[in-house]
Ligand binder design. Structure first.
Ligand SMILES: Nc1nc2c(ncn2[C@@H]2O[C@H](COP(=O)(O)OP(=O)(O)OP(=O)(O)O)[C@@H](O)[C@H]2O)c(=O)[nH]1
Ligand SMILES: [Mg+2]
Length: 294
């Protein structure tokens, strides 16, 4: 049984509506990958069970390279990272779009502290190849590795840039559908289906902006309503909508920020708050010791 070289799914020519469909079984790619690659078309699939993927990876027992980007770091994702029993590193990809004024060494230390992580953390860019020598070194040292992590974090892009593979990559979720074993030189590298945490949305660019909140207004930040008084800095996906209107409804959740903190936005991004501040918000939100400043 042959598999699609783009996403790993088993090829079949019987059901046009099922995954893996291709007209001819000797084609290299399934139709879904073909349409993604040539027409940049999104064909949604249902999300996979994150912990089934974790179980499979734990059973493989390989050195685990867990990939995310900085706007999607949250408690749920770190819980997944911590559930790997194998030797592992946390890799934060897309460093090319992190604002230049943020020092990566500083972020690394803060992330370790905020999430109580003892493993190595690297910032890389699969696109600009920045720091990917770190990944090459891990592959050389361990011989067999698996790349896993959040959907759209750039796992397949990274493998393509390290090897001569032709994995399908796209800005949409769930591009890779199954485990893909790649033999390269003396090494074996596995790609895997990405985890979907919260309402994950791929981020093409980041947007950094500072704002002074005034409690006369309710602000809508990518669907989260918030009000309060004071300065905040927003680290947002570039296409987040921001708006404000006169405060005429009460928000039910109160946040009392007493140390330098980040409020995590469930769809990606976070709000950095340096000074003590009382806020009202429309839903329960995760708060962490800030990864930006202390
Ligand atoms: N700016 C930037 N974008 C990147 C980088 N690496 C990957 N991308 C983009 O991120 C998107 C997702 O890349 P993929 O390689 O398909 O991500 P994946 O982790 O394999 O995703 P799944 O297969 O869904 O789990 C694509 O639009 C890539 O071009 C990077 O280093 N910088
Ligand atoms: Mg992929």
């Amino acid at each position: 049984m042959s598999k699609c070289i783009g996403c790993g799914i088993k090829l079949q020519n019987e059901n046009i509506n099922a995954l893996g469909y291709t007209k001819k079984l000797d084609n290299l790619y399934c139709e879904r990958c073909f349409k993604t690659i040539h027409y940049n078309k999104e064909i949604k699939v249902s999300n996979q069970d994150n912990y089934q993927i974790v179980d499979k990876i734990n059973k493989l027992g390989l050195f685990t390279i867990f990939i995310t980007d900085i706007l999607h770091l949250n408690e749920e994702l770190i819980k997944l990272f911590k559930s790997f029993n194998n030797k592992k590193v946390l890799v934060i990809n897309k460093s090319d779009i992190i604002p230049k004024n943020l020092k990566l060494e500083h972020l690394t230390l803060n992330i370790k502290e905020s999430y109580n992580i003892n493993n190595d953390i690297f910032f890389i860019s699969a696109k600009s190849k920045n720091n990917i020598n770190k990944i090459i070194k891990l592959i050389e040292e361990n011989k067999k590795v698996i790349l896993c992590g959040e959907t759209s974090s750039g796992k397949s892009t990274l493998i393509n840039s390290l090897t001569d593979s032709l994995l399908t990559t796209s800005k949409y979720n769930n591009t890779t559908l199954d485990f893909i074993k790649i033999k390269y030189l003396d090494y074996i590298i596995y790609d895997s289906p990405g985890f979907i945490v919260s309402n994950f949305k791929n981020v093409e660019k980041y947007r950094l902006l500072t704002k002074t909140l005034n409690s006369k207004y309710i602000y809508d930040i990518g669907g989260i309503k918030i009000t309060g008084d004071g300065n905040i800095t927003l680290f947002l996906p570039h296409d987040y909508l921001l708006s404000s209107k006169k405060d005429n409804s009460s928000l039910i959740y109160e946040l009392d920020i007493k140390s330098v903190s980040d409020i995590i936005l469930p769809n990606g991004g976070f709000i950095f708050i340096k000074n003590n501040m009382k806020l009202k918000v429309s839903q329960e939100l995760e708060i962490r010791k800030s990864i930006i400043g202390r």
